[in-house]
Ligand binder design. Structure first.
Ligand code: ADP
Ligand code: MG
Length: 250
């Protein structure tokens, strides 16, 4: 078994003394697809921010690709689609091509020069995402679904080993949502990207993810969907109906 992509031990984190995460421990292996669910305010976005080094934990340890987070430098191998980015200023003056290119800057020192490899990576990713034909369009002119596809392309342009998505489908209509899930699933299957996806969509995620992490400040459940669905403890926690909602499409 190769080393875990992500390893978290006894993590806690909070804001101004109020605790948002308590004693969270789990590890994620290469190729896993983790669906992260939990009520509003349960610490899902906080967990993502701590993993990405955007918020300092108040205790515990994190390793990324086998390296302690404090020594980790290979951030360009981690693709991130933050919560709510689809609502950013629709007048943002950039084309599709430029937005995807922005994803290449993350891995560069200074000066940030754009070379032929970058251009090729941008072209390849736009093709793979089916957005080449709109590369000259302004990002603000696009439908929510297309815009989200462009932002996903930006997160994918460095061939990430780990792809982190925080509620990417909230702004999408049901059909676009389904095709967005299919894309992520392809990334996971074909490009072997490890995926952490935060979602409220508990009824759909079981169809795509290999594991469920149910968070409520602490970990309520972490394991495979099969284990979740057959767990009597989880029937006790969610009720038979709640458990069934997560499991019926799996
Ligand atoms: P989720 O993403 O699961 O909805 P969050 O991680 O955003 O939950 O929030 C967890 C808790 O931390 C909530 O009580 C929330 O109000 C609080 N919180 C989140 N972000 C901040 C912040 N920037 N400053 C203060 N409190 C915050
Ligand atoms: Mg959130």
């Amino acid at each position: 078994m190769s080393r875990p992509v992500l390893e978290i031990k006894n993590l806690c984190a909070g804001y101004h003394g109020s605790e948002a995460l308590k004693d969270v421990s789990f590890s994620v292996n290469p190729g896993d697809y983790i669906g992260i669910c939990g009520p509003n305010g349960s610490g899902k976005s906080t967990l993502i921010k701590v993993i990405l080094g955007l918020l300092a934990p108040s205790c515990g340890e994190i390793s990324l690709l086998g390296t302690p987070q404090s020594d980790f430098t290979d951030w360009r191998r981690i693709g991130y689609l933050p919560q709510g980015l689809q609502y950013f200023n629709p007048n943002f003056p950039a084309t599709v091509n430029e937005v995807v290119r922005l994803g290449r800057l993350a891995g560069k020192g200074f000066p940030k020069r754009f070379n032929r490899d970058d251009a090729l990576a941008v072209e390849r990713t736009m093709e793979w995402m089916g957005i080449s034909h709109i590369k000259g369009c302004m990002i603000g002119e696009l439908s929510g679904g297309l815009r989200q596809r462009v932002l996903l392309a930006r997160a994918l342009v460095n061939d990430p080993l780990l792809l982190v998505l925080d509620e990417p489908t909230t702004a999408l209509d049901p059909e676009t949502r389904e095709s967005f899930y299919e894309l992520i699933f392809q990334m996971n299957r074909e490009k072997k990207a490890t995926v952490l996806l935060v979602t409220h969509d508990t009824a759909t995620i079981g169809k795509y993810a290999s594991h469920l992490l149910y968070l409520d400040k602490q970990i309520v459940f972490y394991g495979s969907f099969d284990d979740f669905c057959s767990s009597e403890e989880m029937t006790g926690f969610f009720g038979a109906h709640g458990q069934h909602l997560v499991c019926h499409r799996h």
